[in-house]
Design a protein around this ligand. Structure first.
Ligand code: GDP
Ligand code: IMO
Ligand code: MG
Length: 424
C-alpha cells in the first residue's frame, strides 16, 4: 500500500485512529490533511491508551514520520501540549513535521465558535467549540494567519492587528462579548513560535519526495464523509473536506499518487452534534449501542447518537471517495443483539430512495427500509481468523460488502491493536 488514504465513511468516530495505527506498522509517513483539534483519535496498545487530536496516529512507530499538512488548522498550544503528552507516554514527538502553510486557530476563533453557537440557539450545529469553523472562514476570506507568519514577528503583529480590527467590532457589537487584546495574542503566540520552529517544513515537498522514492505514505482523515463541507449533511458538517479529494488538496500532492482509499465504518453508526440521522435509534437498542460501544465523544465527552448501519450512506461514501476497501470496526458491539438491521433504502411516501438523497429534507422525513439479519449471539473479541467468526457475523460482513459494492478488507472486534481480523 504505497499511498493510502484512510478516512471516515460515516459521521466521524469510526475508529480511524486505531485503523491508521494498524496500517502505520509498515508506513514511513502518516499525514493529517484537514481538520484540527476537533478530532479525537483513540489508540489502544496493551493497556496504554492514547487519545490524539492533532498528531497523526503513526506516532507509536519510531520509524514513522507524523506529518501535519497544509489543509489543517492548528491551535499551537494544543499541538505543543499534545507533543508533551506523547513524550510523557514514552513516545518521541521530535519527528512531527508541520506545514508552514497550515492555518492557525487564534483565540478569537475559539471565542467566535462559542458565541456563534450560542447565537444560533435551537439551530446550533453542536460544534466542538475549538474554533475550527471561524479559522477556516478566515482562511477562505484570505484573512487567515499561517504557521509561517509566526516566524516573522513584524508581519505576525500586523496580521493580528488587521484581524482584530474586524473581530473587535464583531465581538462586542454583534455578540455582546469582550474585545481581545493585540499584545496578549502577540506575546502568547510568538512564544509558541520557538517551540514549533524545529517541526516546520515544506510538507508537500517532503511527501512528493517520499512518494517518488517508493516510501509508504498513509493519509489520515479526521471527521467523516457525512461531515464534509461539500458532500456532508450541510450545514451540520465541519468546515473542511475529510473526503478523499481533501487528502490530495490538503497535502499538496497529485491525485495520481494515491493507490488505495480505505473507508472506515462502524458496524453500526453514530453522530455527535445536531443534524439529520435517518437510522438514529431512540430506544433500548440505541442505549445498548451507546453503553456497550462506549459512545461518548473523545473530545467533548458528549453522548453520541447511535443507530443501525446505514448502507445508503455507506454506498454514498464509497462513491464520493472512490473507496477501494471498507474497514469495519466495532463488530463486537453487535454481538449483544439477537438480530441486526441494516438500512438499504429511505422510504418517503411511495418513493424508495436507494441513493443518498441530494435534497436534504428527505433525510428528515424518510423512514429507513431495513433488512433484518440474524445475530451471532457469541463473544467474538478473541477471534483473529476470518474463518473463526460465527457464520452469521460473516454473512453480515458479506451482506455489507455486496450491497455497497466494495470489499470489506478488515474487521475489528475490540479496541486493542491486535483485536482485528483480516477478511480472507
Ligand atoms: P476516530 O475518531 O475515528 O479515530 O474514532 P474514536 O477514537 O473517536 O472513537 C472510536 C472508539 O471506538 C474509540 O474509543 C476506540 O477505542 C473504540 N474502538 C475502535 N475499534 C473498536 C472495536 O473494534 N471494538 C470496540 N469495542 N471498540 C473499538
Ligand atoms: P473525529 O476525527 C465526530 C462534529 C461536531 C459537530 C460538527 C462541526 O474524531 O472523527 P466542528 O467543531 O468541526 O466545527 O463541529 O462536526 N465533529 C465530529 N464528530 N468526530 C469528529 O472527529 C468530529 N469533529 C467534528 O460534533 O457536529
Ligand atoms: Mg473521534
Amino acid at each position: 500500500m504505497p499511498a493510502t488514504i484512510v478516512l471516515g465513511a460515516q459521521w466521524g468516530d469510526e475508529g480511524k485512529g486505531r485503523v491508521v495505527d494498524y496500517f502505520a506498522a509498515g508506513a514511513d509517513y502518516v499525514v493529517r490533511y484537514q481538520g484540527g483539534n476537533n478530532a479525537g483519535h483513540t489508540i489502544i496498545v496493551g493497556d496504554q491508551h492514547l487519545a490524539l487530536s492533532l498528531i497523526p496516529s503513526g506516532i507509536h512507530y519510531p520509524d514513522c514520520i507524523p506529518v501535519i499538512a497544509s489543509g489543517t488548522v492548528i491551535d499551537p498550544k494544543v499541538l505543543i501540549d499534545e507533543m508533551d503528552k506523547v513524550a510523557s507516554q514514552g513516545l518521541d514527538p521530535s519527528r512531527v513535521r508541520l506545514s508552514a502553510n497550515a492555518h492557525l486557530i487564534m483565540p478569537y476563533h475559539r471565542k467566535l465558535d462559542a458565541v456563534m453557537e450560542r447565537y444560533l440557539g435551537r439551530n446550533q450545529i453542536g460544534t466542538t467549540k475549538r474554533g475550527i469553523g471561524p479559522a477556516y472562514t478566515d482562511k477562505y476570506a484570505r484573512s487567515g494567519i499561517r504557521v509561517q507568519d509566526l516566524f516573522d514577528p513584524k508581519i505576525f503583529r500586523e496580521k493580528v492587528e488587521v484581524a482584530l480590527e474586524e473581530k473587535n467590532k464583531l465581538l462586542p457589537r454583534v455578540y455582546n462579548t469582550l474585545p481581545i487584546d493585540v499584545e496578549e495574542i502577540v506575546e502568547e503566540y510568538l512564544e509558541y513560535a520557538g517551540r514549533l520552529r524545529p517541526h516546520v517544513t515544506d510538507t508537500s515537498l517532503l511527501l512528493w519526495k517520499a512518494i517518488r522514492d517508493g516510501e509508504t505514505v498513509l493519509f489520515e482523515g479526521a471527521q467523516g464523509t457525512l461531515l464534509d463541507i461539500d458532500h456532508g449533511t450541510y450545514p451540520f458538517v465541519t468546515s473542511s473536506n475529510p473526503t478523499a479529494g481533501g487528502a490530495v488538496v490538503g497535502s499538496g500532492i497529485g491525485p495520481r499518487d494515491i493507490d488505495q482509499v480505505v473507508g472506515v465504518a462502524k458496524a453500526y453508526i453514530s453522530r455527535v452534534g445536531t443534524g439529520p440521522f435517518p437510522t438514529e435509534l431512540h430506544d433500548a437498542d440505541g442505549d445498548r449501542m451507546i453503553e456497550l460501544g462506549g459512545e461518548y465523544g473523545t473530545v467533548t465527552g458528549r453522548r453520541r447518537r447511535c443507530g443501525w448501519l446505514d448502507l445508503v450512506a455507506l454506498r454514498y461514501a464509497a462513491r464520493v471517495n472512490g473507496l477501494s476497501h471498507i474497514f469495519m470496526t466495532k463488530l463486537d458491539i453487535l454481538s449483544a443483539f439477537e438480530t441486526v438491521k441494516v438500512a438499504v433504502g429511505y422510504r418517503e411516501g411511495d418513493t424508495l430512495h436507494e441513493e443518498f438523497p441530494a435534497q436534504q429534507s428527505v433525510l428528515y422525513h424518510c423512514t429507513p427500509e431495513y433488512v433484518e439479519l440474524p445475530g451471532w449471539g457469541t463473544d467474538i473479541t478473541g477471534v483473529r481468523e476470518y474463518a473463526d467468526l460465527p457464520a452469521n457475523a460473516r454473512a453480515y460482513i458479506e451482506f455489507v460488502a455486496d450491497t455497497v459494492g466494495v470489499p470489506v478488507g478488515w474487521v475489528s472486534v475490540g479496541p486493542e491493536r491486535s483485536q482485528l481480523v483480516e477478511v480472507g
